[in-house]
Structures are given as structure tokens and as C-alpha cells.
Design a protein around this ligand. Structure first.
Ligand code: ZN
Length: 290
């Protein structure tokens, strides 16, 4: 089996993990090389911690993930909330991707609620063609061929996300929770605060681990859209997002796995970008560790 190099690029420390952490764990288990990049330093998202302190804490949280699963987790020094798709950052992105030379890059889509997500997506898009152009950033060798580029799933509708590959993650979901728990300042502080649910978060590592693991949805049958209240206010627990992909894109799962698709509870969904190399259908299962 060919050893693949997979690069997950998010705008903030926790985006690669939250959007594609289960898939990343499957790659690691199969011996592939995975790298996470956060384009910003995550200094903005908190209600009481000052920016410098928060950026240092987010760096440590990313390091904890890297140690836990054995990957490289890079965090750039661009201030959170100020990611720009400018020429300096384009050159930095081109050099960064060329140096790692991944088979697959996964990032946000260009339409997204957060300016940092949009600009990160745009940076990857702007970098993509230039990865193979020798006279651009000629100090860094070009990639021999274009990588496949894919997008994390999201709920935005103009235009809507198009699920093309579903990665079932039931076998790694508990480990994904461990990964997400490394981002303490996000999952137990900022995100609940931002959604007005901070008072529901328990204190202490053990209680939080338990709170995180407690099932929110039925796990003994095929889930239906109404189980998730799709269309209503989304829950902030990651279980809903992972279950939502399996429910909403069940037909894609069935095309991949037949009847076995109905036993999948949690999945991560991806869309193939038209700006990267276009993989053949039969290549997808190797490329996405299915
Ligand atoms: Zn983000």
C-alpha cells in the first residue's frame, strides 16, 4: 500500500480536528502521514483570557493533539480574525504545501460564516495552480503533480455543500473525542460561552470527559433526520455534526457500502474541489482511507 501524505488546513487551532479529525485518525491507523495546519493563532476566541495568553494556550492544545495521535500540528502566527488572502500569505501557503508535498489537501469551502475560514479557503485555492509553476516561489521545488483538494462539510447553502465522499468514523469516535478534549479552551469554554450554554459544562477533567462521551442520539438503530432536529437550532455537541453527515448523506454511504451503510452512525463528509487533481472514482477509497 502506498503511504499517503494528507494535509488538513483550517483557519483556527481545532478546525482540522473538528472537521476531519476522525478521518485523520483512520489515516494514522493505516500508517499514512498526516499534518494539521491552523493558519491563524487562535488568539481571539475567548471571553476572559487576554489574546497573547490565549494564543500560547491554543498552541499548547495543538501540541497536545500532535502528541496524542502522533502527527505534526503547525500553527501559523497570523492573528485570529485577521487572515487575509494576500500575496505574502499566498507565497507562504505555496511554499508550505510544496515542502510537505501532500497527496490530498482538505480545507474549508470558500463560502462560510467566518472570514478566516473563507480567506483560508481562498489561500489554498490561490495556491493550488501555482504549486506546479516553477517560476513562482522558485526557491522551493514545485510539486511533481497537483494534489487532490477536498472541502470539509458545512451547513451553508449558497451554494450548498455537495457530499461526494463519506468517511465512516464509528471505529475512531471515542479517540476523536479525546482529540477534541485537548482543545479545552474551545470545547469547554469559548464555544459554550458563544452559544450561551456555558452553564451546562461541568468542572474537572473526568466530569468533562464523561459529559463529552455521553450519547446524545440513539445508537441502536438507523437514525432519521428528525432524530437530529435538522433544520432547528443545531446542538453544540460534536456528536450531532458527525451523526448529521451520516443521516443527510446516507445515499452516498449506500453507494459506497451498500446495506452496511445503514449501520454507520457517525461520518465525516467531503466535497472534491475542481481546482485540484480530479481523482478517479475507484481511487477514492484508497485516497480517503475508506
Ligand atoms: Zn474556525
Amino acid at each position: 500500500m502506498k503511504k499517503l501524505k494528507i494535509l488538513l488546513i483550517g483557519a483556527h487551532p481545532d478546525d482540522p480536528d473538528g472537521c476531519g479529525g476522525g478521518t485523520a485518525l483512520k489515516y494514522v491507523a493505516r500508517g499514512h502521514e498526516v499534518r494539521f495546519l491552523s493558519v491563524s493563532d487562535g488568539r481571539a476566541g475567548h471571553f476572559s483570557m487576554p489574546p497573547d495568553e490565549l494564543a500560547a494556550r491554543r498552541r499548547k492544545e495543538a501540541d497536545a493533539v500532535a502528541n496524542l495521535i502522533g502527527i505534526t500540528y503547525d500553527v501559523w502566527d497570523i492573528p485570529d480574525g485577521e487572515v487575509e488572502a494576500n500575496l505574502e500569505n499566498r507565497r507562504r501557503m505555496v511554499r508550505y504545501i510544496r515542502e510537505f508535498s501532500p497527496d490530498l489537501v482538505i480545507t474549508h469551502r470558500n463560502n462560510d460564516y467566518h472570514a478566516d475560514h473563507r480567506n483560508t479557503a481562498l489561500l489554498v485555492q490561490d495556491a493550488s495552480y501555482l504549486l506546479t509553476v516553477p517560476n513562482y516561489c522558485s526557491d522551493t521545488p514545485i510539486m511533481p503533480s497537483m494534489p487532490v483538494i477536498a472541502f470539509f462539510s458545512d451547513r451553508f447553502k449558497e451554494p450548498p455543500f455537495r457530499a461526494e465522499v463519506l468517511v465512516p468514523i464509528d471505529e475512531v469516535v471515542d479517540k476523536k473525542y479525546e482529540v477534541l478534549r485537548c482543545h479545552e479552551s474551545q470545547y469547554f469554554e469559548w464555544l459554550p460561552f458563544n452559544r450561551g450554554t456555558l452553564d451546562t459544562v461541568p468542572e474537572g477533567a473526568e466530569a468533562r470527559a464523561e459529559w463529552f462521551r455521553t450519547p446524545r442520539i440513539p445508537r441502536d438503530r438507523v437514525l432519521l433526520p428528525e432524530d437530529l432536529n435538522i433544520g432547528a437550532t443545531p446542538s453544540n455537541h460534536p456528536e450531532y455534526r458527525m451523526a448529521r453527515s451520516a443521516v443527510l448523506y446516507r445515499e452516498v454511504l449506500r453507494a459506497q457500502y451498500g446495506d452496511a451503510a445503514d449501520r454507520v452512525l457517525f461520518a465525516e463528509a467531503f466535497q472534491i474541489s475542481e481546482y485540484g487533481r480530479q481523482p478517479k472514482k475507484e481511487e477514492l477509497s484508497e485516497l480517503f482511507a475508506l
